[in-house]
Design a protein around this ligand. Structure first.
Ligand code: FAD
Length: 389
């Protein structure tokens, strides 16, 4: 077990910290205010090589895996949760391809994302199937050398700015979760369209979309892996996402705490700075403690993922790295805002934005309740996570 990042990862953190401070921080409030996708920030991430941070070098990336991506997401999310999500979207929709794709599919679809030339989105959720993902109704029917996809997905992050999506559909609906398959669909395919654009509470820089598949015909070569084995691909994808979402919470919480400490040093009440009041100092201690605990869970999980340990054996440890940091981010955001008193409630400070953004993290990619279900089942079956796996 090594608590020290190697030189490459340390340099990555320093580089992203500078980029975040210089380019992301000044735009964060405006991105939230306008609710528009920040193409300029995507360009910043591309120019810094960050769109490719998690990808193997063979596909145009820098080969720093989930660990590198967590570091990058942590640093940008200190200022802007939307930017953290933009980076996350270089990973989530590409995971089904990394996990189940052929070499040809990987070359064609991973490389342009790593290079920042294209964007992708991940289509699993439907109006009647969120937590209960096996219940999706979207269908893909084989027709000669093609599949024809029909159905509607909802709450899809970034779909309206994506060049392709990875999508899950039933190929044998009678078989339930054993009749699901994964596909790649290019956004310019006839019948593919964006429906409702949701008006949402936070993370307002990344559009949240309904995606409609109306007789979308795709070549059979766009099937990912084996027909009817898509549910396993979906689960491995979601397992691999846990610390990545956690890293958004980790960054957000640090950003909120650092802001609150800076404020508390300046603001005086009863003749002394807020930082001299024990009641607030203990809040700061508790927040810092939770942030550090979250960090350990996240980087332990990232290490598992980079070692290819993403199947159900590891699901408990992986889910812990999503559950704890995201619940922690919600709590820290609220407590950090409290330190600012009335100023924490108004938009001249970022605290209310941190609160709105943190809420998203407890819902996406498996709610906090679903993570508890996964953890308890996994611990009962396999025992507590161990270092000698
Ligand atoms: C901002 C945002 C971005 C998103 N991005 C994407 C995306 O890019 N791609 C995508 O596919 N999806 C995306 N989603 C969808 C998201 O993953 C789902 O909203 C989430 O999984 C919950 O599903 P649901 O909304 O249907 O809630 P439901 O499944 O209806 O759950 C409702 C409530 O019941 C609880 N619950 C459900 N089942 C259980 C149980 N067994 N035990 C205890 N409690 C339970 C849940 O925790 C929740 O509190 C996004 C959602 C949001 C809000």
């Amino acid at each position: 077990m090594n608590f020290q990042f190697d030189e490459e990862l340390t340099m990555l953190r320093k580089m992203v910290r500078d980029v975040a401070e210089e380019k992301v921080k000044p735009r964060a409030a405006e991105i939230d205010e306008t609710g528009e996708y920040p193409y300029d920030i995507f360009q910043v991430l591309k120019d810094a090589g960050l769109t490719g941070v998690s990808f193997p070098e063979a596909y145009g990336g820098s080969g720093l895996g989930a660990t590198g991506l967590c570091i990058a997401i942590e640093e940008v999310s200190k200022y802007c949760c939307s930017t953290g999500l933009i980076l996350l979207l270089t990973y989530l929709p590409t995971l089904p391809i990394r996990i189940a794709g052929t070499e040809e599919q990987k070359q064609k679809y991973l490389t342009p994302i790593a290079m920042g030339e294209k964007r992708a989105a991940f289509c699993l959720t439907e109006p009647g199937a969120g937590s209960d993902a096996a219940n999706i109704k979207t269908k893909a029917v084989r027709d000669g050398d093609d599949y024809i996809i029909n159905g509607t997905k909802c709450f899809i992050s970034g779909a309206s700015v994506a060049d392709y999506v990875t999508v899950f559909a039933k190929t044998d609906p009678k078989k339930g979760m054993k009749g699901m398959s994964a596909f790649i669909v290019e956004a310019n395919t006839p019948g593919f369209s964006i429906g409702t654009l949701e008006r949402k509470m936070g993370v307002r820089g990344v559009p949240l979309c309904e995606v409609v598949f109306d007789n979308v015909r795709i070549p059979k070569g766009n099937l990912l892996g084996v027909e009817n084995e898509g549910f396993k691909v979906a689960m491995k994808t979601l397992n691999s996402m846990r610390p990545i979402v956690g890293a958004r919470g980790l960054g957000l919480a640090q950003g909120a705490l650092e802001y609150a400490i800076a404020y508390a040093k300046e603001r005086t009440t009863f003749g002394k700075p807020l930082t001299d009041h024990q009641g607030l100092r203990w809040m700061i201690a508790d927040m810092a403690l939770q942030i550090e605990a979250a960090r350990l869970l996240i980087f332990q999980a990232a290490e598992l993922i980079d070692a290819g340990k993403i199947d159900k054996r590891y699901a408990g440890a992986l889910s812990m790295s999503k559950l704890y940091p995201t619940d922690m981010a919600m709590k820290v955001a609220i407590d950090a805002a409290q330190i600012l008193g009335g100023h924490g409630y108004i938009k001249d400070h970022p605290m209310e934005r941190y609160i709105r953004d943190a809420k998203q993290l407890q819902i996406v990619e498996g709610t906090s309740q679903i993570q508890r279900e996964i953890i308890s089942k996994n611990i009962i079956e396999y025992g507590l996570p161990r270092r000698d796996w």
